[in-house]
Design a protein around this ligand. Structure first.
Ligand SMILES: C[S@@+](CC[C@H](N)C(=O)[O-])C[C@H]1O[C@@H](n2cnc3c(N)ncnc32)[C@H](O)[C@@H]1O
Ligand SMILES: [Zn+2]
Ligand SMILES: [Zn+2]
Ligand SMILES: [Zn+2]
Length: 414
């Protein structure tokens, strides 16, 4: 299934084409900033939007970018609408220019999206009102809006039907709407995976699917135990999952593995530690919003919490893995390749056990490991890791995906 979507580009990252997200400049694992930056074509008016080529810029994105171009010039430094606001502005513009069903709405139209309007609490309503205020603030010179009630519905629809787009190492690239793809329900043991190629979303089976069987994708990170997953699903999507994994909770025990000590910790101590871990994760998530400057303070937070949790949790425990993953991210950001590699090596085995057999999280971890090994001149381990990544990606992304050609090229070059 292919679905052409509407996208909001991540302006801050400015490292890929504003239309198709193809990257010209790597800021991921190896931070080789240079690569193909020269090739980028820049919007001559705002000088803030970048594209692969004139085709992407003029033919494809201009009808959407023109919404923002003059606003970007006018607001200058204070141009900072959120990704959701930018995406919603594009949806409104597209709906106006194209009132009929689009090519991407063969099965499911934006107008049919679930909003769960009746279930929004005050906090969620307030967040939506902030988005609406920002929409008016940044876009009112250039477009007309439906009334407030209709905008609340639209933002609520975008919140539970939107997609976030990541690159092959799972770095965030932007947000998008792919109406037909949004028709799929969630399962924690999904039978398909969604990947992206330029402006297309692609859906591939990762399990045998019998005729008549429902197609399920996963909306969330499947690392965490059943209770955590369902809290996340309720909060963002307003439902409880009743998939096989949620009913049997088969993987929960391993995901919450406790250290085997002569004197095992009391259930209260374990429960306190789980609550502590969830708190740290939440705090960390909030801290990361405040840019990476905080990296300097994040490493000690990771290490401190790993030390504290390590008294009770095994290294394979998902809360330990979460903190190690964050610590690895900080190492990568600070170009501490050896440090990143040490964390990655500890993460990969339990990761492969906790996630389903085909998982983008596992593929991207093999990929990061492979690239780190290669850079650190351990070719044997590098080749092995990159091949593990390719094996998963050939199923999830399709054998002819540009990401795979890129990795194969890296194998040849070394
Ligand atoms: C992206 S939409 C999927 C399409 C949706 N089923 C519809 O018909 O509009 C997400 C919403 O679908 C519902 N949903 C998705 N997966 C579900 C599941 N496994 N069990 C129950 N409801 C689910 C929830 O209401 C969720 O907010
Ligand atoms: Zn492009
Ligand atoms: Zn421009
Ligand atoms: Zn489930």
């Amino acid at each position: 299934l292919h679905c052409e979507g509407d996208k909001a580009l991540e302006q801050a990252a400015q490292r890929g084409c504003g239309l198709c997200f193809i990257q010209h400049c790597r800021l991921d694992t190896m931070s080789v900033f240079s690569l193909r930056k020269e090739g980028l074509s820049k919007c001559g008016r705002c000088k803030q939007a970048f594209y692969c080529n004139v085709e992407c810029q003029v033919r494809e994105d201009w009808p959407m970018h023109k919404l923002e171009c003059s606003a970007m010039c006018a607001f200058g430094q204070s141009w900072n609408p959120s990704e959701t606001v930018r995406l919603t502005a594009r949806i409104l513009a597209k709906q106006k220019a194209h009132p009929e069903r689009t090519e991407s709405e063969k099965f499911f139209a934006v107008a049919e999206f679930e909003s769960h309007l009746d279930k929004l609490d005050n906090e969620k309503r307030e967040l939506i009102q902030n988005d609406i205020a920002a929409l008016h603030h940044f876009y009112s010179k250039h477009m007309e809006f439906p009334d407030n009630a209709a905008l609340v519905v639209l933002f609520a629809q975008v919140n539970c039907n939107g997609f976030t787009i990541e690159d092959e190492e799972l770095s965030h690239l932007g947000s998008a709407i792919f109406p037909d793809v949004a028709l799929m329900n969630h399962s924690c043991c999904p039978n398909v995976i969604v990947t992206y190629r330029g402006t297309l979303a692609e859906v591939r089976a990762v399990k045998e699917i019998e005729p008549g069987e429902e197609v399920f994708t996963s909306y969330i990170d499947l690392l965490y135990p059943t209770e955590d997953r369902n809290e996340r699903l309720r909060d963002s999507y307003f439902f409880n999952c009743d998939c096989r994994e949620c009913i049997t909770k088969e993987k929960d025990k391993e995901k919450l593995e406790i250290r085997k000590l002569d004197e095992p910790p009391s259930p209260e101590a374990v429960w306190d530690m789980i609550k502590y871990a969830r708190n740290v994760i939440e705090e960390f998530r909030r801290a990361k919003h405040y840019k990476y400057i905080l990296c300097l303070t994040l490493t000690p937070i990771c290490e401190l919490s790993l030390e504290k949790m390590g008294v009770i949790f095994e290294d394979s425990n998902v809360y330990m893995l979460h903190m190690m993953y964050q610590a690895m991210g900080v190492c990568l950001y600070m170009q501490d390749w050896e440090g990143a590699l040490r964390y990655g090596q500890k993460i990969i085995k339990p990761y492969s056990k906790h996630y389903p057999s085909y998982s983008l999280n596992v593929a991207s971890m093999w990929l990061k490991l492979g690239r780190l090994y290669m850079a650190l001149e351990n070719r044997t381990a590098g080749v092995k890791a990159l091949k593990r990544a390719i094996a998963i990606m050939e199923v999830a992304h399709g054998k002819d995906h540009p990401y795979i050609s890129e990795i194969k090229q890296e194998l040849e070059d070394h």
